[in-house]
Design a protein around this ligand. Structure first.
Ligand code: HSE
Length: 309
């Protein structure tokens, strides 16, 4: 194979209670990367579409090409040459793992082109380098589910210990992206570095509850564990109409609701597609009343990760 086109999915990081340690992938939206092997050694990013000129074309600065460079360096293959096109199909700075989707598509592509040398899990550290470049910290809660599919727990960062969690088959994500700017870097800086022990107790009870709920396929337990006393009170201030968006989700049948990643997107987990669509419609209507434009995505949880298209 000389040329490949790959789709990698958006992701919902944190899943409310699990800051930096929980995430899941969705089927839509996502990004596409076209990659081809060429004779001239080195990694060249030829073109980016759909980014309105916001992303760097410099191969050392773009998360896609930079992580591919790390990967080839790790394999000790400076002789390999690749040309890359990145096609952004999802909003940047939305809290849906935009940089992660691009990076993961690129890593999946190069790994396929050189003979599938590493597993999805083994690709995660290279993708984390991309996150470091994008937001200053190599968190894994977007890139791990984007690569592995489904729900993933980052049990530990040092050493990296990733646990694939069960993915309920009939679970939908109802996502609404209000078009306000919340860069992950800024959204990380506003969080308090120290937490109260009583809040930590609440939080780790919920993380354990959510993980148990997925193993037991107990959606009621998943829902009542989707509470965040540490991060949400600070970050939700940046999201217009946040409390009403929650009320609209929870009063119309959502399992749980919260901020997707660092925001401004919000998401609800919902047991059926119709309800998910109804919730996003109501939430978009509310945002329109606040003069905020928004996009909505209703998708089942993605259990597979990236795919060749
Ligand atoms: N865990 C990260 C954060 C996810 O909340 O900052 C960013 O998408």
């Amino acid at each position: 194979m000389k040329e490949i086109k790959v789709f990698a999915p958006a992701t919902v990081a944190n899943v409310v209670c699990g800051f930096d340690v929980l995430g899941f992938a969705v089927n839509e939206p996502g990004d596409e990367v076209m990659m081809r092997l060429v004779d001239e050694p080195g990694v060249r990013l030829l073109k980016i579409t759909g980014d309105e000129g916001r992303l760097p074309l410099d191969s050392a600065k773009n998360t896609v090409s930079a992580s591919v460079q790390h990967y080839l360096k790790h394999l000790n293959r400076p002789d390999i040459g690749v040309e890359i096109e990145l096609h952004k199909k999802m909003p940047i700075g939305s809290g849906l793992g935009s940089s992660s989707a691009s990076t993961v598509a690129g890593l999946y592509a190069i790994n396929q082109l050189v003979g599938n040398l590493l597993t999805a899990k083994e690709l995660v550290p290279f993708a984390m380098k991309g996150e470091e470049l994008a937001c200053g910290y190599g968190h894994a809660d977007n890139v791990a589910p984007a690569l592995m599919g489904g729900f993933v727990l980052v049990r530990s960062y040092e050493p990296l210990d990733l646990i694939a969690l069960p993915t309920p088959s009939n679970l939908f994500a109802a996502i609404v992206y209000p078009e306000v700017d919340v860069p992950t870097k800024d959204a990380r800086q506003m969080i308090k570095a120290k937490v109260l022990l009583k809040d930590a107790v609440t939080q780790w009870g919920n993380v354990a509850g959510l993980v148990s709920g997925l193993f037991l396929n107990d959606m009621d337990l998943v829902g009542r564990s989707m509470k965040d006393v540490l991060i949400e009170p600070t970050r939700s201030i940046l999201i217009p109409g946040f409390d009403t968006l929650r009320t609209l989700a929870m009063e119309n049948g959502a399992v749980g609701f919260g901020i997707s990643g660092s925001g401004p997107s919000v998401f609800a987990l919902v047991k059926d597609e119709e309800t998910a669509k109804k919730i996003t419609k109501l939430q978009q209507k509310h945002l329109a009343q606040l003069n905020i434009r928004s996009n909505a995505y209703v998708s089942s949880v993605n259990a597979e990760g990236p795919k060749i298209i």
